[in-house]
Every structure is written in C-alpha cells, then in structure tokens.
Write a protein that binds this ligand. Structure first.
Ligand code: MLT
Length: 408
C-alpha cells in the first residue's frame, strides 16, 4: 500500500501565500467592480531592465544557432556567472568567496527549503518568530518537529522577534545545531549590524553549529555601515551558508535565478565526530536533483553585473524604496507603530490591538488592498501585518489613500 509522509499532517492547511491568494480570489469574484491592489506577497511588478533584457536576448539568440547552441550546462552554473557573482557581490566587499563556492539555482526559496536535506533528523534547529514559512515547513515535512500546538511546532527552538528586542533574534540559551537568519528580514524589514552578525558567528563557532543566512533582500541596503553578506564577518566562512536571489534585486521572480554560497571551509560532522565537507554534500545533492538554470537566464543574470546593469538595478530598487517611503509616511500619519522599509521592501506594522487576519480582512474588504497577515509568519506576528513595497508608485499611493479612508 502506498502510504503518505505523515509529517505533512502536521503542516498548517496550506502555504501562507497560496492561502492568501485564494482569499483574494474569492474577494475578487464577489466584488468584480473592485480593483484590488496587491501589496501582499513580495512579487515584483516592474519590467526587466534594458541591460538584463539584452543579456537575455543574446542568450536566446545563441540558443537559436547550431554553432552556439547549448544543451545541459554545468549544474552549478556557468563559470561566467559564478565569476561575476564572486567578484561583484563578495570580493569587492572584502569577502573572500571563490567562484566555485557559488551554486547557481532557480531561486532562494528552493535552496533555503532544500538545504535541510543535508542534515540529520535529530538536530536542534533555531528559527526566528516571525519567519519566512519555508524554513519551518520544510523541516516539518522532513520530520524534524513534533506536532503543532498553540501556534508552534514542538521541538523547534523559536527566537521571538518583538519590538522589545528590536525584532532581533536572541542567541539561544540552549545549544542548537542549525540557525536560520534572514537580513534584511522577511517579514519585519529589520536589519542586522556587523556586531549582531559577529555574535551569531561566534555562537556558531563555539557550538559547532551552522548558520543558514538568507540575504535575498541585501540589494535594498542603502546604509553602508550594514553588512550585505555574512561573509563580511570574520570567521563566517567556516560556519555559514548564504542564500541570494535575483528575484527582488533585479526583477527575476518570474524569470527564476538565485544562488547559494557554500564555502569549502564549511563542514558538518559525521556520527563519529569526523568532518564532512558541506560543499561536497551540497554538490552531490545539487548535481543529482538539479540540472542547471537555463543559459539565457544565466546570461540575463550576468548582465546584472555589467556597468549598465549595475546602474539600472540600483535605479530599479530605488523605485521600490521610494514606494516603501510612501507606505512609511502613511503609517506615521495614521499613528501606527512600524519597523522596516528603509533598507528593506517590507514594512511591519503593529495593528494597534487588531488580530493580523482581522486587519488583513479589513484592508481587503474596505480598501481593496492586499497585505500579508503577520500571524502567517508565526505567533509573534499575530498583532502585525506586513505591507510590501512591490508595486508601481501609482498603485502604492492609491492603496495608501484607500487605507487612510478605510481607517478613518
Ligand atoms: C514573500 O512575500 O515573503 C516572498 O515573496 C516569498 C518568496 O520570495 O518566496
């Protein structure tokens, strides 16, 4: 008899963003006259920048000729892209990351979800609350948690991120083996200083732990004092893996491309305590389960690092940061307490006593504006909503006017 993975029974009914999409669809079907403005899921809306389109086009044209056609590429990504990433994203910032430590993939969601496959089932995991649901759900699927009780999975060490601690996860009191961190943070928009990350790196080194660092939103950092990569921190190369994405950086949510950095100096331990190369394990997993990102997409990603690409991508992100400013101003005018939106596309807003799903329903029904209920990111998010800056300035401005009217 074919039997199901019973760990799936522990999961909440559906993935947060699918659940929201269903609710919005029902609302849209029953209110066809309402133009819904989506500031929920962090999905980009602006077209790809011209330099990126040129790279894409060149890749497609090469694929159209026998002489330049390419079939299967290297699973880890073409050297031209890995080298551009290593030089621009890391070496230029003093982080000693080599091209062969970079694994190009179809995005940070898949990599951050898949990476847990490399670890034993009984490791201790520390996860922030609120958190991007993928880290947690994939560990639930893998059987690393007990049941869901009172808004939490048994067996996970939750790190509460609240206003009182500046939305910063605190070092766990009991030793853990795997730590998920995300900065600029999804969903709160909070950012971490070098000192904060240094404390985590020290903790990981002292406890033979590993940090999975999600830096999908690093391109939104405009404060030069903030680190963009965990590898800007001394000693991180031995204890951290970093996920990056072209989705929010350059508009690739539909195009799909990201990468994961697995330094050669990073190890995990066998049951007898001997060291195993994490790079080797991920390479084995990646080459077995993944066949590489398409050549034109990698050409498009390479163009992100061209001189024109760099200028255009900065301008692209500046546009979303300008939207974030409009959202922040509106929340200030309305007297809401919020964080984020300065070096991040997300604004995390305290609902002033409203439950997050009630606040979500209110904004959808009265303003036709979609946000993300904070409770979907964890128990510590129950009093919050997340508003994303990903839309046109016109729509964000219109949405904020409607929110003002709805909350009058
Ligand atoms: C989000 O809205 O949190 C993200 O867009 C989800 C994702 O990147 O998968």
């Amino acid at each position: 008899m074919i039997r199901a993975n019973e760990n799936f029974n522990k999961l909440q009914a559906s993935y947060l963003f699918s659940d929201i999409a269903k609710r919005v669809q029902i609302f849209q079907d029953t209110h066809p006259e309402m133009e819904v403005i989506r500031l929920g899921i962090g999905d980009v809306t602006r077209g790809l920048s011209p330099a990126i389109v040129d790279g894409f086009r060149q890749g497609v044209e090469e694929m159209a000729q026998d002489a330049t056609f390419r079939g299967y590429g290297p699973e880890q990504g073409y050297p031209f892209l890995r080298e551009a990433i290593a030089a621009n994203d890391f070496q230029s910032r003093g982080a000693d990351i080599a091209a062969d430590e970079i694994f190009v993939s179809d995005g940070a969601k898949c990599d951050s979800g898949n990476f847990q496959e490399l670890f034993a089932k009984d490791i201790k995991i520390a996860i922030p609350d609120p958190v991007y649901p993928v880290y947690l759900d994939t560990n639930v699927m893998a059987g690393r948690t007990g049941n869901y009780e009172n808004g939490r999975y048994q067996g996970i060490v939750y790190m509460d991120c609240l206003k009182e601690n500046g939305f910063m996860p605190k070092l766990p009191k009991t030793p853990v083996d795997l730590i998920y961190l995300c900065f600029p943070n999804n969903p709160t928009g909070a950012t971490a200083t070098k000192d904060v990350l240094s404390a985590w790196v020290d903790y990981a080194r002292e406890n033979n732990a590993l940090i999975l660092f999600d830096a999908a939103y690093e391109a939104f950092i405009r404060d030069d004092r903030l680190p963009r990569s965990i590898y800007e921190i001394k000693g991180a190369k031995e204890v951290a893996v970093e996920f990056r994405s072209f989705s929010k950086t350059a508009g690739f949510t539909g195009t799909r491309c990201g990468f994961t950095v697995v330094p050669r100096a990073c190890n995990v331990y066998a049951a007898d305590g001997s060291k195993i190369s994490l790079h080797g394990l991920w390479n084995r997993r990646h080459t077995t389960k993944f066949n590489g990102v398409s050549y034109p997409v990698q050409k498009a990603a390479e163009a992100v690092y061209s001189e024109a690409g760099k200028v255009q991508v900065k301008e692209y992100i500046d546009g979303y940061l300008a939207n974030a400013k409009v959202i922040r101003q509106t929340m200030t005018d309305l007297g809401f307490d919020y964080v984020g939106g300065e070096n991040s596309p997300y604004i995390w807003i305290h609902g002033g006593g409203r439950d997050s799903w009630d606040f979500f329903d209110l904004l959808l029904n009265k303003a036709g504006v979609v946000c993300t209920p904070g409770g979907g990111f964890g128990r510590c998010g129950n009093a919050y909503i997340r508003i994303s800056a990903f839309n046109s300035l016109e729509n964000v401005t219109k949405a904020m006017e409607r929110v003002k009217d709805a909350l009058k």
